[in-house]
Design a protein around this ligand. Sequence first.
Ligand code: SAM
Ligand code: DTB
Ligand code: SF4
Length: 363
Amino acid sequence: MQSEQAIDEMAGCGGGCACATGVGKTELRAVDDGLRHDWTQPEIAALFALPFNDLLYQAQAVHREHHDPNAVQVSTLLSIKTGACPEDCAYCPQSARYDTGLKAEKLMPLDAVVAKAKQAKEAGASRFCMGAAWRSPKDRDISQVNAMVSAVKALGLETCATLGMLSREQAVALKAAGLDYYNHNLDTSPEFYGEIISTRCYQDRLDTLAHVRDVGMKTCCGGIVGMGETRADRASFVRALANLPAHPDSVPINRLVKVAGTPLAEEHDLDAFEFVRTIAVARITMPASMVRLSAGREAMSEELQALCFLAGANSIFYGEKLLTTGNPDTESDRALFAKLGLQPLTVAMSTERAHTDTIERAA
Ligand code: SAM
Ligand code: DTB
Ligand code: SF4
């Protein structure tokens, strides 16, 4: 269980908005799952500071206790509503505030989404994640997304959506339509957050995650590194994830994709070893979660990706496109898997794993 002080440190966005005053704060109570939810900043900083080989050894040992070391979960993304977003996330090509040359597109029709999901399944994905450039969906958007969720689920795929902030009622409706996972990222540390986003605060994100958990959906929650944050910020970001009341089921760790026109277009590249360290610390602190090597793979060598798998990443985004930017093509990913002896997890395997975890945690 985390201390009240830890909860307070984590909940404030550092900006001048209501969350600094505690208005609307979510009650954070850790679930009794046998996992730690009380990581301190010095403990996480000490993990980051370990000699690289010691850190990777520890991460790989934790990984092997909880996961098949050669299995990788594979998700495909589709942007179902693109661009013209009112938010000001400094990394994002879809914000209407930046001129990135992106063509805005309305919500896709159902049949086009289903066609893309079929292609993803045929290519070997087990989960299909639908992303929309909304601050938060309107109730009429939810009805349309629900039809997509039900149709994609009927194909035998796991379903995931990322639509912005949700009310509890919207979370209930999505769950009823068959949504398995909801992606909503903390994005960075509470301390650095104000440098990146001003139009919604940290507490808004914690509230949406609480709604998703409360209705029994699985959470997918991570963030982006390489946005100019310090190592202390990366440690605080991982701590914020690991001290959530329940560890996210999936933890996407994105390396910033620098898009021309966004405020972060000229940001310095994060050192590759520091990226691997972030993956390793996420693995150690959230041992049962699937840690996803997410955006940024197109700019990574095969060797760097292999190091990320060794550090405990066991999930990727698969398919030529992320939401609006590029991703390695499926053939090169299949070739990399073959070289490393990695096996994609099927839906049945990940359902079985989730079932075993539930039994083990209850015991
Ligand atoms: N609009 C919704 C929201 O913000 O919650 C859903 C879509 S949003 C694009 C999902 C996530 O994509 C963001 O939280 C961010 O972590 C990630 N993302 C967006 N642009 C990125 C970039 N240029 N590089 C890496 N990750 C990015
Ligand atoms: C996440 O953490 N990364 C994905 C997914 N969740 C939705 C999105 C990455 C987006 C990269 C920039 C783009 O393609 O627009
Ligand atoms: Fe909008 Fe999401 Fe992009 Fe932020 S990250 S600008 S909320 S699409």
